[in-house]
Structures are given as structure tokens and as C-alpha cells.
Design a protein around this ligand. Sequence first.
Ligand code: HAM
Length: 402
Amino acid sequence: MSAKITAPRGTFDALPDRAAQRDAVERAARELLEPAGYGRIETPAFEATELFARGVGEATDIVRKEMYSFDDGGGRSLTLRPEGTAPVCRAYVEHGMHKLPAPVKLYYLSSFFRAERPQAGRYREFWQVGAEALGSDEPALDAELIVLLHQLLGKLGVSARLRLSSLANAQTRAAYREELAGYLRANQDRLARAVRARIELNPLRAFDSDDPATRAVMAGAPLLLDRLEAADAAHFSDVRALLDAAGVPYEIDPTLVRGLDYYTRTVFEFTSDALGAQSGVAGGGRYDGLVELLGGPPTPGIGWAAGIERMILASSSAEPAAPPPPQLYIAHDGARTAAFQLLLEARAAGLRAQMELGGRSLKGQLKHAERLGARHVAILDADGSRLDGEPATDIVKRVLAS
Ligand code: HAM
């Protein structure tokens, strides 16, 4: 026997016995998002590397360490998409969607690729349901999206904590970054080595550190939330008031840092204790400068993505459901053509029907039908009539009527 080939590390096969769980997530997402005006979009699984370098940000872990990039053979660098927001904005610009009435509301159910260290709930290919709305900076749009995500998690039995913050506008954040870097430099001898190394590159990530000494330094660090300009502060306060009106509980977390550089103003994350270390179930925020950064007209945008595998892991109602049993199983003793015709007739009439396809003896077929939980079994003899004399075509009517 040849050596076995296994799936690449960090990937998984979604086998049919898990299909019901995945279907439930996808159905719940569609049932919430489509009536709210979100249309499905699917973009290619790979894009120009430049899209993510520019869109997600050169300084992020995703771009620096986690992208699957390759040469397409013609000297162009392509990358398996690590996330969906930059591709959606690319498509928005490419198809002139800014000419459509705003906001343009889109959603996707797609797989993404990140070369992360695999562990429970963290994969190298994973699936997200994501929603994006472009062309409006109306705070009610922020609230609509957060409420939809809250409802999706609720529908799936995922109990998660919502943390909320504002990352201001690009200018305020740039000034704050300098202020924070200065504070970190002044305290650098107390910082973990990894944090020290990132002071110039990405000082905000210092808030993510688990190192106790670093955490003590960060407890006294200046906060971006205290530096918001009046317009951004008012926007944030409007979003909060709408969430209050909707009865969605949240905590303000001024240290919430998302791992992608495109965010402005509102950012949020849902975390679940059921997940252990990989506690992030879903996250998102505004990205008012991203479309312009990708060559489009100035266009505000906001969205989120939720990990399908993490939602299933964190769900209290995620018991895999058995597939519904066949309504009709067609056993036969050599009458393959008659059995096949009956099978097609039964399916055309809307029945869940299966026929014998495994080369079993008649006895084996009956056992198999029982194993499947078939409601009715038709046994065709060699000339295609039923063993007890009933014409085969009446069977469909009888099963339908039962
Ligand atoms: P993200 O926070 O990087 O955001 O990912 C969103 C969700 O995808 C996470 O909360 C998690 O559930 C899931 N996820 C991420 N990485 C992995 C992994 N390696 N294995 C399993 N699940 C994972 C984004 O991707 C942004 N594009 C969200 C967004 C949309 N922001 C605005 N619009």
C-alpha cells in the first residue's frame, strides 16, 4: 500500500455528519441578513498580494506572518485571502458600486486562509460569515450591524460578551500612536521583549500583551478613547445610544485593538468563555478610509465577520443532527432498470428516495434499509413488479399519501 496522504496541518474536512450544524449557521445568517437588505457577494479565493498589503496593513501580523502568497508563474504575487473586507472593497470599486444607492449592503459565506499556529478553534483554512455596508457613516448603520450580529449569535445559542470602542479618525489615531509610542519608550525596560520590538511598528498591540509587567505599564497608558475629536465622540455616543435603545448589552473597552489596520471609529468584538484561548467569535468595525486607500472615491464603510467553526464550538445548541431518513428505499433482486426508473419517479414526486447501490443480497438490502431508517421499502422482483404483485408506479402514490 502507498503511504497515506493527510489533509494539510491546520485544515479539516467538514464531513456529512457535521453538515447539519454548518447548514444551520448558514441558514441563520441568510435568514437574518437578506430581509435586512444584505445581498450575497462572493469574491475570488485569491487576490493580488498588494490588496492585503495595502488594505490590511504592512505592520499587521496577518500581512507580516500569516499570508499564503505565491507567484502565479508570470511574476505576479497572489495571496489566498486572509480576510474578506479588503476583497469586498476591491469589488465595490471595480464594479462602480459607489453609483448604487447608499448604503450598499453585502454579505458572504466564504473560507479564508491564515498561516497561524493551529490549535482548538484556530485553523489555517476557516470559514466566516461576514457582512459589509458601504457608503454611509450613519451611526444607525453601525448599530444595525451590531444588532444583527448579536441576533445571529443569539439564534445559534452562542453566549458572548460584546466589547465596544472607537478608534477615532486616521489623524487622531496617528497623533495618539506617537503619544503611546513615547509612553512605551519611556517605560521600555518594564516591557516584554516582543512588545518592545513592536513599539515603532505597532504600539497599539501592546494592549494585547499577557505579560504581567507589560500589563502593569499599560494600565497607566494614555487611551485613544480619551483623545476623540468632537465629531468622533458624538458618533460613538450615538452608536451607544442606539444599542441601549435596542437592549443590546455591551462593555466599553478602551484597550480593544483589532488585528487589522483599516479600522476607524466604531470597533467591536464578541468573545465567548466557551472557547478558551481563541475567545474571539466575531469582530468588526468601521473602515472609513479603506475604499479610498484601494483607489476608489472617499467612501465610509462598516462590517463584521464571525467564525463559523468558532460559533459552532461556542454554541449550546450545536448537537449534530442526523440527516432525515429516506421515505422510500427501493430494494431489488436484479431489476436494476425498473428500480432506477422508480427511484427517478419517486424523486420527481418530491420523495426522499434511495435505491440499492451497494451490491447487497436482498437480505442485506432490507437490513440496510432498516439502518437508514427508511419509512417504506419497495421490493422489486426480477421483472420489475413488486414481489407482492402491486405495480411499481402505484408505490410512489401510496408513499406520498402515507
Ligand atoms: P477577524 O477578527 O480577523 O476580522 O476575524 C473574524 C472572525 O473570524 C474571528 O472572530 C474568528 O471567529 C474567525 N477567525 C479568524 N481567524 C481564524 C482562524 N485562524 N481560525 C478560525 N477562525 C478564525 C476579520 O476578518 C475582518 N475582516 C472582520 C470585518 C469585516 N471587519 C470589518 N468588516
